[in-house]
Design a protein around this ligand. Structure first.
Ligand code: FAD
Length: 374
């Protein structure tokens, strides 16, 4: 039996951080130390702000350290759909900004990133047609994409995308932030937040601004968002090295519902079938379920031809928005909320974290512009 609910990314070696005990002051308090919050912390330090960061559990203890490890440009929608939904300018601007953010992610943590491209593989004739529409839209806007036919199937190759080790990267960002003077606390849930203060069970952070960087369960933390974001569970499994197959790039297929990659040592990490799980997957209970895990296992054996034993099964929560664009708002002066990446927050979440940092540091932010609603 695989160990319970531990992601394949866990390699040990994290000593942990203290919890907050007493009151502290800082220019900015960041709530949530996943990839988005840690990017925000790093950008704040770069801008000269003093920072306190708190996390209810562990650094990257939620989706940020428990995901598929894909680095994808753009937003939740495929490019042509995004252009239709949000308008051409906005879709193109988001795509270009995420491409730049991916370059920064690679430069910050080169050892954790592989820029090998990604494949979108069609699972039906209808989806193949949709891939062709996406390709045409991307070519029209001079964005890198190629038609692909190979062992994985037919669809698109996006050469600028990549894969990463999300937990290693997050911990590297946290160590770097600590060295840069940030004070970071684990096991420190924010229970009350305003633009100038964050209350936790054993201490308060008094500050000039607050950034809340939480994806899954955002509506629970911020009840004003109820109805605008909805939390879902996503599930994965991983195997021992599988020399019987070779997938050089991360692959997503069936409209992005399934996704898998082969790690450099041959292990397979596979996620998907949220829709097959039905309403039960609209939950913040971040534990694997028998039914979705069974679909994953069938896919692993029958579709991918992997025979290696399963070593990990895990789940985590993310939140979805109706339009597929992230939540990025300032509901009261000095309080910034980011989250709701609809299952694709590794790059766009980092971008939102950086943009929120620029605003919280008191400046303007070109990065924030495509995300600010209204
Ligand atoms: C199985 C799975 C596969 C995925 N695959 C991909 C993928 O391949 N590519 C991709 O781009 N995206 C993927 N995603 C989505 C992506 O993981 C998330 O969108 C992204 O990691 C969100 O990071 P975050 O830092 O914004 O938020 P989170 O990871 O949600 O981090 C928020 C942090 O805030 C903390 N927190 C919550 N409440 C409080 C509180 N009250 N006080 C203090 N701290 C609090 C949590 O403990 C957590 O550590 C996947 C998600 C899952 C679950």
């Amino acid at each position: 039996m695989p160990p319970a609910n531990i992601p394949v990314w866990e390699e040990g070696g994290w000593a942990g951080l203290p919890s907050l005990d007493g009151d502290v002051e800082a220019d900015v308090c960041v709530v949530g130390l996943g990839g988005s919050g840690l990017t925000c912390v790093g950008e704040l330090l770069r801008l000269g702000a003093s920072v306190v960061g708190v996390d209810a559990s562990l650094v990257a203890g939620a989706a940020a350290g428990r995901n598929g490890g894909f680095l994808l440009a753009g937003s939740y929608h495929f490019y042509h759909d995004a252009a239709r939904e949000y308008g051409h300018e906005r879709a193109r601007s988001i795509y270009r900004l995420t491409l730049e953010e991916m370059d920064r992610i690679e430069a910050e943590t080169p050892g954790a990133v592989r820029r090998v491209g990604s494949l979108r593989i069609a699972a039906s004739a209808e989806e193949e047609e949709d891939c062709r529409e996406q390709l045409a839209a991307m070519r029209d806007d001079a964005l890198p994409a190629e038609w692909y036919e190979g062992a994985e199937g037919r669809g698109l190759l996006i050469p600028t995308d990549g894969a990463f080790q999300p937990l290693v990267r997050a911990r590297a960002l946290a160590r770097c932030a600590l060295e840069g003077g940030a004070r970071l606390y684990e096991h420190t849930p924010a229970v009350l937040m305003s633009g100038t203060e964050v209350a936790t069970p054993h201490g308060r952070v008094r500050c000039g601004r607050v950034v809340v960087a939480v994806d899954g369960q955002l509506e629970r933390l911020m009840p004003s968002l109820a109805g605008r974001v909805r939390t879902a569970r996503l599930q994965m499994l991983a195997t021992a090295p599988a020399p019987e197959v070779r997938f050089p790039r991360p692959v997503y297929l069936r409209w992005g519902y399934e996704y898998f990659q082969q790690l450099p040592d041959g292990r397979i990490a596979l996620g998907g079938f949220r829709d097959y799980g039905g309403d039960a997957e609209w939950t913040d209970e971040a534990v694997p379920s028998e039914s979705v895990q069974r679909f994953l296992e069938e896919f692993l054996r029958d579709r991918l031809g992997v025979r290696a034993p399963i070593t990990h099964r895990w789940a985590a929560a993310v939140s979805y928005t109706p339009d597929g664009l992230p939540v990025f708002e300032e509901p009261e002066p000095g309080l910034f909320l980011i989250g709701g990446y609809s299952g694709t927050g590794n790059v766009i979440g980092a971008l939102c974290g950086r943009a929120a940092a620029q605003l919280a540091a008191g400046g303007s932010s070109d990065l924030a512009r495509p995300f600010m609603h209204g």
